[in-house]
Design a protein around this ligand. Structure first.
Ligand code: NCD
Length: 474
């Protein structure tokens, strides 16, 4: 089956079968690295990195060179016309007319989606703000698969900055979809964002359970930072095909976790923090993985993983330990990215006979597309940047009615509007132009295509709507 002309913006752009089909091809690439130089001959990859990068950019560029293709690149926003106020869309159109495939990293969330919408060639997201980093996930999964043969049923603890870490977000989606159980072990104040948890529940049917600190002896071992009694972990199981999820009492599955298959460590994403004071505080109690922690019997065979770069959260003394996997993960970035580039350029095909739609294709939510009433609350979302608001139409998926939840199609942040109205206001009579509370029965009555949402009563009134009997708080 061909993946030609597809883009990889989020890990959900690939079905489970497609994700797994990348790995044998990566094996092939790895086994005969020097014999691939005719695979993408004559093709050009644009490598646009508007944030620091060592591994991702250089492994992508190495991959393209190994495949016999050429690379054009820019690594500084100030060296491009973006610095003059050019929009992402215009840049994408132009670069798409030069290159056969685009790889982009940028601090704004949802950028890769915009580039994919306008470039006319396959686009690979190499990290968009705190949102996603799907090719790092392919490298992580490839490592798990090579070391453990399967992903289903693995027990994996994700540790550190779960809030801003984009590698974590793509990874937990993939792990849950592929049947692994994950344990969230955030640094204080760095919990997994609510919208990610919601997506795990609503899209992949995951069971998410909060485990109080006292039930976590195995997880936290003898580590000092666990002395904080307020530390909670979250335990996530895929709802299907996993026996632990069938056990109702949450204390039981924890006791069953005798060993973790992998401990995925991440650094504090300092560059995403707004206030320096916040950074200092978060740094102080940030978890550290060292030899002492890994002495715990629950880590006896645990793979220690990290997307790198590391700062202080992973001690150098672990490097010599056979459980350390991070340099292997980084090295495997080349064959994995060679496989991906060759697939998206149509130079190779995946060995899948039966078509399986990806979660992104499967999603059939109604859309909310109006340029008033609400906007994306995420200041890092591409849709709210000054240069981009000239052409980007706000767009949300209406994920559920109870409570009314709209998810931004660019950054996936969710909003919960408090007031609603209908665009179908009965023969246009002004006196019928009413707004209601979003938790009233009107939320079920108004058809999605007629739905108007407001984040405040004053916003509703400024658009000429009057309160109905269902507008005030109960
Ligand atoms: C990660 C990233 O850029 O998100 N690095 C990488 O691509 N390997 C992780 C990080 O910077 O912490």
């Amino acid at each position: 089956m061909s993946l030609a002309n597809r883009s990889l913006v989020t890990i959900d752009d690939l079905s489970n079968k497609e994700v797994e089909a990348v790995f044998p091809l990566a094996d092939q690439m790895s086994d005969s690295m020097n014999r691939q130089s005719n695979v993408c001959q004559g093709k050009i990859m644009a490598s646009l990195f508007f944030e620091p990068s060592t591994r991702t950019r250089l492994s992508f560029e190495t991959a393209m060179h190994r495949l016999g293709g050429s690379v054009i690149s820019t690594i500084d926003v100030n060296a491009t016309s973006l610095a003059k106020g050019e929009s992402i869309a215009d840049m994408a159109r132009v670069v798409g007319s030069y290159a056969d495939i685009i790889v982009i990293r940028h601090p704004w969330e949802g950028v890769a989606k915009v580039v994919a919408n306008y470039a006319g060639v396959p686009v690979i997201n190499a990290g968009d703000g705190s949102h996603e980093h799907p090719t790092q996930t392919l490298c992580d999964l490839y490592t798990l698969k090579k070391e453990r043969q399967t992903i289903r049923g693995l027990k994996i603890a994700l540790c550190g900055d779960l809030k801003y870490g984009r590698t974590i977000h793509s990874l937990i989606y993939a792990l849950t979809r592929l049947g692994a159980t994950t344990f969230l072990w955030p640094g204080p104040g760095l919990d997994m964002p609510e919208n990610v948890k919601q997506k795990l529940i609503t899209e992949y049917g995951a069971d998410v359970e909060k485990i109080p600190a006292d039930n976590l002896p195995l997880l936290v071992g003898s580590q000092d930072w666990a002395g904080d009694a307020s530390l909670d972990a979250i335990y996530i199981t895929p709802s299907r095909a996993h026996q632990l999820a069938l056990i109702p009492d949450i204390s039981i599955p924890i006791d069953l976790v005798k060993e973790y298959d992998a401990l995925y460590v991440t650094r504090l994403q300092q560059e995403r923090l707004t206030a320096t004071a916040e950074g200092q505080e978060l740094k102080r109690d940030y978890p550290v993985v060292d030899k002492k922690l890994l002495k715990g019997k629950e880590f006896k065979r645990t793979l220690v993983m990290h997307p790198l770069p590391r700062i202080d959260e992973l001690a150098y003394e672990v490097d010599a330990d056979p459980r350390s996997m991070y340099f292997k993960q980084a090295a495997r970035g080349v064959p994995v990215r060679m496989a991906l580039i060759a697939l998206l350029l149509g130079a190779k095909e995946v060995d899948i006979t039966e078509k399986e739609v990806s979660p992104a294709q499967k999603r059939a939510y109604p859309f909310y597309r109006r340029d008033f009433g609400v906007s994306c609350p995420n200041p890092s979302c591409v849709s709210v940047q000054e240069t981009e608001t000239r052409y980007i139409k706000l767009e949300f998926q209406i994920v559920t009615n109870h409570p009314l939840t709209l998810r931004c199609v660019y950054c996936e942040h969710e909003i919960y509007p408090q007031y609603i109205a209908s665009s179908d206001w009965h023969q246009g009579m002004l006196k019928n132009k009413k707004y209601h509370r979003a938790d009233s029965h009107w939320v079920r009555k108004i058809k999605p295509e007629n739905l108007i949402v407001f984040d405040s009563e004053s916003r509703a009134q400024s658009h000429g709507f009057q309160p109905s009997n269902y507008a005030s708080q109960r």
